[in-house]
Ligand binder design. Structure first.
Ligand SMILES: C[S@@+](CC[C@H](N)C(=O)[O-])C[C@H]1O[C@@H](n2cnc3c(N)ncnc32)[C@H](O)[C@@H]1O
Length: 250
């Protein structure tokens, strides 16, 4: 692991451009960062994308792999509209990884359509951004357009903690051209909660005409669907061949 990451996790602080160490927050955990690196090992992307830089913790995990794979310059695109004091840039530079990254300082809805327009292709995407449903959905929409078959899209903050993100995860899960490939950090429910969940799930399935009354809802629980994890990896298994009238509750 990079020295900057080891220090950051040991001290819960990260070095700013002035040399001062500031408290770390909103970052990807060490375990999840290592999980991302395992996925990167499996996929071996030549080009990747990330939405949400913040202090650049996940970016450092990803860039370390790009260097190891001896990928081209600017093989990782990161989108971040807000200023985080240049902390990520400082640490990327310090680790000698600046050549592998291109940071776009705009909102994802300003950058992603342009990448699609410019015919950029990627094989790995990590979405760790706002938790607003329609923003995350549009991120996925354009990522799907530029993601090669065999590539993956990784969603952070699932598991129902952020319903806006979970809805996007449930939507991707019903798409015929994606499959759930891997997951990290399963929800830790108490036995009481697990049993309540099971009972409610079974009860809902028994309600007659529920699909007629709520045709847009899928009544399977996140647990039943295997979506009760913080981080979900969906692999694109084919091109999008849905017809104009395709629909599925999620
Ligand atoms: C949880 S933090 C990302 C943490 C980072 N992945 C890490 O591990 O250090 C979420 C980031 O998404 C950014 N963000 C919020 N809305 C965004 C948008 N519309 N487009 C791109 N980034 C956005 C925030 O400014 C913030 O930096």
């Amino acid at each position: 692991m990079l020295l900057t990451l080891r220090e950051a996790y040991n001290q819960f602080k990260i070095e700013s451009p002035s040399g001062e160490y500031i408290p770390l927050h909103s970052h990807t955990s060490k375990e999840q960062g290592l999980f991302l690196q395992n996925i990167l090992e499996e996929i071996r992307p030549q080009r990747s994308l990330e939405v949400g830089l913040a202090y650049g913790i996940s970016t450092l995990f990803i860039l370390e792999k790009h260097r190891e794979f001896e990928n081209k310059t600017k093989s990782h695109i990161v989108i971040e509209p807000f200023s985080w004091g240049g902390v990520a840039e400082h640490n990327i530079e310090k680790e000698g990884l600046a050549e592998y990254v291109e940071i776009r300082y705009q909102r994802s809805d300003e950058v992603l359509p342009r990448l699609y327009f410019d015919n950029i292709r990627i094989q790995f995407a990590y979405i760790d951004t706002t938790k607003v449903f329609d923003t995350v959905l549009q991120d996925f929409y354009f990522i799907d357009k530029i993601l090669d078959v065999g590539g993956v899209v990784v969603l952070d903050d699932c598991n129902g903690k952020w319903p806006g993100v979970q809805r996007v995860a449930r939507f991707i899960n019903v798409l015929p051209h994606y499959k759930l490939m891997a997951a990290h950090n399963k929800s830790n429910l108490t036995l009481k909660k697990k049993l309540a969940n099971l009972a409610i799930s079974k009860f809902i399935k028994l309600i007659p005409f529920k699909d007629k009354i709520h045709p847009t809802s899928d009544f399977e629980s996140d647990i039943d669907l295997g979506l009760d994890y913080n981080c979900l990896v969906f692999q694109k298994v084919s091109d999008d061949e849905r017809k104009w009238d395709w629909d599925k509750p999620f």
